[in-house]
Design a protein. Structure first.
Length: 199
């Protein structure tokens, strides 16, 4: 005579909120004797882990084979590191310059940009200068971020050293690039118009 075994229906789903992980759906089915050699997982049918542990996960929580919400700790914690720093660049006044910076670490680092001008004065950017904007997105790999800073209508006042600073609770790293601004307006390419033939 067969025995009853517990199986989970459907694939476990990721929980990206990190707050509520609903318990798995189980169904009792009649099994045949051939199942006797298979391992049976003893899942807690009321497995719901909220807030306390999940919110402290270094990475987003995932569901285990029982459908319980657990931390994904597949990699050891590591300090923030600059994977690819900004490079020196230049342009003429009125042009556009862009710097980029890839950082990595576990927990995923925070990223800020610092500007040090020719007078050795250091400020965090963007500030109130509407010509300067920044963007940060996740990736391209796990535990990484990519940050950009863009300056439009660049002027001599923007000539400075720009430092990408990455930091998490385990450490800090930084990399610096210089923006040079050349005198003279940035000119767009123009196509010369030919004079019509005169008969």
């Amino acid at each position: 005579m067969g025995r009853k075994i517990s199986v989970q229906l459907g694939e476990p789903k990721r929980d990206v909120t990190g707050v509520h992980c609903s318990s798995p759906v189980n169904e009792e089915i009649d099994g045949e004797d051939d199942y006797e050699d298979e391992e049976e997982e003893h899942c807690n049918p009321g497995c719901i882990k909220e807030c306390a542990r999940v919110k402290r996960c270094r990475a987003e929580p995932i569901r285990d084979s029982c459908g319980c919400c657990v931390c994904a700790e597949d990699e050891d914690p590591s300090p923030a590191v600059i994977k690819s720093g900004p490079e020196h660049t230049s342009n003429r006044t009125g042009g556009i310059v862009v710097l980029s910076c890839e950082v990595m670490g576990n927990p995923v680092p925070n990223v800020i940009w610092m500007k040090t001008n020719v007078n050795n004065k250091t400020i965090q950017v963007p500030d109130d200068d509407s010509s300067i904007s920044s963007l940060i997105r996740g990736g391209p790999e796990p535990h990484e971020k990519t940050a950009w800073i863009q300056i439009i209508n660049v002027r001599k006042v923007h000539e400075a050293d720009y430092t990408c600073v990455a930091f998490n609770e385990l450490g800090k790293d930084k990399a610096t690039a210089r923006i040079k601004v050349k005198d003279g307006e940035h000119k767009k390419r123009r196509t010369k118009r030919r004079n019509p033939d005169v008969n």
